[in-house]
Design a protein around this ligand. Structure first.
Ligand code: CTP
Length: 415
């Protein structure tokens, strides 16, 4: 996604650097447009180094690129952080006296303002009116956080935390996109695996994982809403299966594998949302393992489970039938010191060979068991970073977005 990050002249400008990192690490292409006065707080070199793009405040730099028109026009999202009282006033007044205000006037996608100023300025009727004007035109103006301000004063006026601005910005993008039309998947069979497999050790114990099944069931609901016939292959889930699906209950990875291969043979789409155990105990003991004082501590030997997603892709290649038309994988990545989340996602997409990979950023409390999620949808076709689609919001909202993408991919393959 192409993002313009507008930076206003306030002390909180330094926090915009953290916001910038959140966008670039999630793979977005960010152009920073600082106001002239913001450069008193953070210099151009910082923005250029962190964004990898050239930075200007003036409409008279790089005139041949017509930046004052192009930036706003091409942006999928404009975020202004910090939005000072002056900047809100200029935006509300429709002024075009620097590159940022020109860009705001040319915006075609969502615009999010994250205000930061002293409490008196925020509470002033002029600012209140400007915020109301911007909101009435469809811009998102976040409420400032409450807390310690620049001096010794405290109150509403602090810049919201960069993570909160990031989440709100992605939600604004999400809200601006259409969902799959009702009935768009009529006549289509969609198989979805959901939940977490359980690998038995003995009759009472198993190795499991934290998957709740919320994402898989939300996908099933979205597929039903789009008119599809839905098969849900459910491993262990904390939530009930939705009404209207053909439910196939499984316990282990090997059971899920058999069910998935059978279902794939006459499915248009298979979505592997289940958390499949990569390993299972080499031996399942038939009677309960007892603790004995005279024996050494037991050791559990694990063996690899087959990669079902990869197998489904191979089976389709070998059959030559082109069925299922679309195989969709999921991946949960944290990123680490060597690679970011998107890089790991791209590698996994290539390794698994599937048609789409829905990439979840995990960590802290993100994803498992949560209602809110944030994903990127990777396809082998998109090589440029800004072509990668992202979606954020509740698992229901994100599922609607994924189904809209699946609908579009199916239509493209059939045309
Ligand atoms: N998957 C599968 N069979 C497995 C393990 C995973 O079909 N034995 C599917 C999952 O349903 C998901 C995708 O593969 O759609 C990604 O799973 P993940 O566990 O993240 O991938 P791994 O290949 O195990 O990668 P990692 O090295 O990160 O564990």
């Amino acid at each position: 996604m192409r993002v313009v990050l507008g930076v206003g002249g306030g002390i909180a400008a330094y926090k915009a650097a953290l916001l910038l990192r959140l966008f670039t690490e999630a793979g977005h292409n960010v152009t920073v447009v600082p106001t002239e006065s913001s450069k008193q707080f953070v210099g151009v070199a910082t923005w250029e180094a962190l964004s990898g793009n050239s930075v200007s405040s003036s409409v008279f730099d790089e005139v041949e690129k017509v930046n004052h028109v192009r930036l706003g026009h091409e942006a999928d999202l404009i975020v202004v952080a910090p939005a000072t009282a002056d900047l809100l006033a200029r935006a509300a007044g429709g002024q075009a006296n620097d590159l940022l205000t020109n860009t705001l006037l040319m915006a075609r996608g969502p615009v999010v303002f994250a205000p930061a100023m002293h409490t008196e300025m925020w509470a002033h009727p002029a600012t209140t009116a400007n915020v109301a004007t911007l909101r009435s035109r469809g811009a998102v103006v976040l409420e400032p956080a409450t807390g310690r301000l620049t001096g010794k004063d405290t109150g509403p006026g602090r810049l919201p935390e960069p993570e909160d601005i990031f989440t709100a910005a992605l939600a604004a993008v999400e809200a601006s996109r259409p969902a799959a039309a009702p009935g768009a998947l009529a006549g289509t069979t969609v198989t979805i695996t959901a939940g977490g497999t359980r690998e038995p050790l003995d009759p009472v114990r198993f190795l499991g994982n934290r998957s709740s099944g919320k994402q898989g069931t939300a996908l099933a609901v979205a597929a039903l809403a789009a008119g599809a016939r839905v098969r849900l292959i459910a491993a262990h889930m904390d939530v009930p299966a939705p009404d209207g699906v053909e439910l196939i209950r499984v316990e282990t990875a090997l059971e899920l594998r058999t069910a998935a291969h059978q279902a794939a043979a006459d499915s248009d789409v298979v979505i592997m949302a289940a958390a499949v155990a990569d390993f299972r105990p080499a031996q399942v003991v038939e009677t309960k393992i007892k603790k004995r004082d005279d024996e050494a501590d037991p050791v559990i030997t694990l063996v690899r489970n087959p990669d079902i997603l990869q197998e489904l892709v191979h089976a389709r290649d070998e059959s030559g039938t082109g069925t299922p038309a679309l195989i969709v994988g999921f991946a949960a990545e944290t990123g680490d010191a060597t690679s970011d989340v998107l890089e790991y996602g791209r590698k996994k997409l290539a390794r698994k060979g599937c048609d789409l990979l829905v990439l979840n950023r995990v960590g802290k409390s993100l994803v498992f068991g949560q209602d809110e999620t944030e994903v990127r949808i990777l396809s082998p076709a998109d090589s440029a970073e800004d072509a990668v689609e992202s979606a954020a919001g509740t698992k229901a909202e994100v599922s609607a977005r994924i189904l809209a993408r699946i609908t579009a991919e199916l239509a493209a393959r059939r045309s």
